[in-house]
Write a protein that binds this ligand. Structure first.
Ligand SMILES: [Zn+2]
Length: 375
């Protein structure tokens, strides 16, 4: 690989090629239209969340947090995927819940002692009775479906079913709809959402896939997928995160400076510890430009080799992100170029493939290694 470079250290052929490719890959996601679309999607979700609160006040949300590649600024091609976390207000106040990894309580129902997950108890005495029906053995269950209790996702579906029924009464709507407790499918025309900044999204499908809610909108023939997960804000960061386990001080400082992290509902009693807000902020504002460009370029290479039949990706996006983050935290190049750093990142990827494992840039509670996507 040629390592020649010009005076600025950025202008060799490969660096220019990668930089230009990334610019064109992001043309449609880093523009005013994409930002307007993102705002319209967030407005629709907030509109639904208000209705969810009317149906079940315990699921009142404190925040809707955008995460994922659009939030990071690493999305490629089209603004067609948005990921959000819904922070459950009442359980996210300081002291509301506490981590309790008592293996006796959760035997057979949990990922524990595999790490990255925690189990929770309601700690605030004023909330214990109120949330009792969402607990078993004293442990808080995630927000999945249950025969005898309404859950976050099923209420979401119910709310949309009601909105649709009201529309039918008001306007004799023209859509054919199939509806169950876990999904609603607008088979023909979809349900038109109120326009936000002249963007009128069409709701096509909502599915409750424990514990996430998956929503499909459509705009001018483009399918837009939204992934929504309930989460709890947790204020005792060092219960789940040790700065010394982080791949670099710049990232651990970004995590500690946030003063809280998020516990995302998974299955049964497992909540996944995530520092995604700090990570998104780091990638947006602190990660060196060259490394971010390499990360985006690798995402595209990965996408290009993804098979449509099986939706199989050669590398998990988790692996690409972690390798690029680790490189950013430890990059030793004084005269940094995309080419120099790209070569290092490829060597890191090669090493991960040889070992069939990748060490995470951030190790949450006892996190050790994650297997490379080897299926
Ligand atoms: Zn570098």
């Amino acid at each position: 690989m040629a390592e020649n470079t010009d005076q600025t250290g950025t202008g060799d052929n490969l660096s220019c090629f990668i930089q230009d490719t990334v610019l064109s890959l992001q043309e449609n996601v880093r523009c005013e239209k994409a930002v307007k679309l993102q705002k319209a999607v967030a407005a629709c979700i907030n509109f639904f969340l208000v209705e969810v609160t009317k149906e079940e006040p315990m699921f009142k949300s404190a925040e809707l947090i955008q995460v994922g590649s659009f939030a990071e600024g690493t999305k490629i091609l089209e603004p067609d995927e948005f990921d959000f976390l819904v922070v459950i207000d009442e359980l996210s106040k300081p002291g509301a819940v506490a981590i309790d990894n008592d293996l006796e309580n959760v035997r057979g129902h949990t990922h524990l002692p595999h790490s990255g997950y925690v189990t929770l108890v309601v700690a605030d005495d004023n909330l214990k009775t109120k949330w009792e029906r969402y607990c078993e053995n004293g442990l808080l269950q995630c927000f999945q479906n249950s025969i005898d209790r309404a859950r976050f996702g099923s209420i979401f579906i119910e709310v949309i079913r009601k909105l649709y029924t009201e529309r039918v009464l008001l306007k004799k709507a023209d859509a054919v709809v199939t509806c169950s407790s876990t999904e609603i499918d607008f088979l023909n025309f979809g349900m038109g959402m109120p326009a936000v900044n002249d963007i009128g999204l069409n709701l096509r499908r909502v599915e409750f896939k424990t514990p996430n809610v998956l929503i499909d909108f459509e705009l001018d023939g483009m399918k837009i997928g939204v992934d929504l997960s309930p989460a709890i804000r947790y204020h005792r960061i060092t219960d789940c995160f040790r700065p010394e386990d982080c791949a670099g001080v710049a990232l651990s400082d970004a995590i500690l400076n946030r003063e809280s992290l998020l516990l995302v509902a998974n299955r049964n009693f497992d909540f996944r510890v995530t520092v995604t807000e700090a990570e998104v902020g780091y990638i947006q504002h602190i990660m060196k430009h060259e490394h971010k460009v390499i990360y985006i370029f690798l995402k595209y290479v990965n996408y290009s080799f993804t098979t449509n039949t099986w939706k199989w990706q050669p590398y998990s996006s988790y692996m690409l992100k972690n390798i690029c983050l680790r490189h950013d935290l430890n990059c030793q190049h004084e005269t940094r170029t995309i080419t120099f750093c790209f070569k290092d990142v490829l060597e890191d990827m090669n090493a991960c493939c040889s070992k069939l494992e990748i060490t995470s840039a951030v190790k949450e509670v006892g996190y050790l290694v994650t297997r490379v996507n080897s299926n």
